[in-house]
Design a binder for this molecule. Structure first.
Ligand SMILES: [Zn+2]
Length: 421
């Protein structure tokens, strides 16, 4: 993308709930005007100001859906996407389990079609393929769609919508399993998205959607998983309302506390084809009603905790720097960019960020403008502290950085600031 100066033309105000249409939305965390989280910069682009958009959260007190106050033009974010899921072992294991579970629950047979929406580089679909299913992916990132197709995972380079659903039916038949892993939260028109699922899904098929869980988001202070791409923050109760509007039912739910800071997996089917499990009712009652999913004070208190958390981090890093310590970060992730920008940290304090994805090496992070380098640089750089920006992969990062010869300590920023060896 091209940078055209510090402006907010790339986004528009979002003031009606995208699920229930209510205008009763309470703003609870304002992180200011920040650059788009995945817009990494080249050396040449350092001279040009970056486009920014307001990053702030609000909750709908009608249905309990948390959502950003702005919507950024999706082509600016998704058409050329650097995040490649294959780089993480944690996700590889999770996807293998997801494919096996989907096939078992759907009672799908080898040869049945499996569709993955926002299929990224095709990692999840390769798991379905090794179980014998015929696979098809849909992803708007043309670079990733082309790579996946070249590796034998046919991928349609489009956003998911009813027209693409018809295309899938024509070429592959109705899928027995449709998966949407970490994508529905990135979609503005969620009704169009779910309607297209309803159109495509085989009569006895299942739709499995996975998302970061809003209750974990609030309880664990995971504000840094908010960035411009991540438009909505779901719980089961707003999800059921959305599915129900398109004749789909949530019949089961699962919770993975360690995936992306807490993920829910919702199983849906055509209305009336399966009986809801006890886990659905249990999660609605014990997790969401008692939590207060549509109660504004829960969110306002979260906003206050987060501001204190960031002030504490800024104090620690400035103190370390005054003591002459060398601080780098690990994980050039969207959440890292949110955290750096909200805490006001810049490359003067944290000049380098290590990342495992070679596609990012040599680029700079938006806003803070840290230079991205590979783990190999850690052996000789004499770094004292590594700030864990991708804290959801903490154990993996500790292992990899130690293997790369790193001997310093780690700073965990969220949910509370902690230094450990
Ligand atoms: Zn609502």
């Amino acid at each position: 993308m091209t940078a055209a100066g510090p402006h907010d033309d790339a986004s528009r105000i979002h003031d009606r709930c995208r699920i229930c249409g209510s205008s009763g939305m309470i703003r609870y965390l304002d992180m200011g005007a920040t650059p788009l989280a995945n817009s990494y910069l080249t050396d040449q682009q350092l001279e040009t100001p970056e486009p920014v958009a307001e990053l702030a959260l609000q909750v709908c007190i009608g249905c309990g859906l948390s959502q950003l106050t702005r919507v950024v033009d999706r082509d600016l974010m998704f058409r050329n996407y650097l995040y490649v899921s294959s780089t993480s072992q944690t996700l590889r294991n999770h996807f293998a389990e997801l494919a096996a579970t989907a096939m078992r629950v759907a009672a799908a047979a080898p040869g049945d079609a499996a569709l993955d929406i926002a299929s990224n580089d095709g990692l999840l679909l390769s798991c379905f393929r090794s179980l014998g299913m015929r696979v098809v992916g849909v992803d708007p990132a043309r670079n990733l769609a082309a790579e996946a197709t070249a590796r034998g995972i046919p991928t349609i380079a489009e956003y998911w919508n009813p027209a693409v659903a018809s295309q899938v039916i024509e070429r592959y038949g109705r899928p027995m399993t449709i998966t949407a892993q970490n994508v529905l939260g990135h979609v503005d028109d969620v009704h169009e998205f779910v309607q297209a699922v309803e159109i495509a899904l085989a009569p006895q098929g299942i739709f499995i959607v996975e998302l970061p869980y809003v209750v974990d988001f609030i309880e664990r202070n995971e504000f840094d998983t908010a960035y411009h791409e991540h438009l909505s923050y779901f719980g089961l109760s707003p999800m059921r309302r959305l599915l129900g509007a398109h004749d789909l039912d949530a019949f089961d739910v699962d919770h993975f506390p360690d995936i992306h800071g807490g993920t829910i997996r919702v199983f849906a089917c055509h209305a009336g084809t399966r009986r809801p499990s006890a886990r659905v009712t249990a999660m609605l009652r014990t997790e969401e009603d008692s939590f207060g999913i549509a109660a504004s004070d829960v969110y306002v208190a979260f906003g206050e905790r987060v501001r204190q958390n960031m002030a504490e981090l800024a104090r620690l890093l400035l103190t370390l720097r005054q003591q002459g310590k060398r601080i780098w970060a690990y994980g050039a992730s969207a959440k890292g960019n949110t955290l750096m920008n909200f805490s006001g940290m810049k490359a003067e304090t944290v000049p380098m960020v290590v990342d495992d994805n070679p596609k990012k090496w040599g680029l700079y992070t938006p806003g803070a403008r840290m230079r991205i380098v590979g783990p190999g640089e850690l052996a000789t750089a004499g770094v004292d502290h590594l700030l864990l920006l991708a804290w959801n992969f903490e154990s993996e990062i500790v292992r990899r950085s130690r293997a790369a010869g790193y001997r310093g300590s780690y700073v965990r920023p969220v949910p509370a600031v902690a230094v450990f060896d």
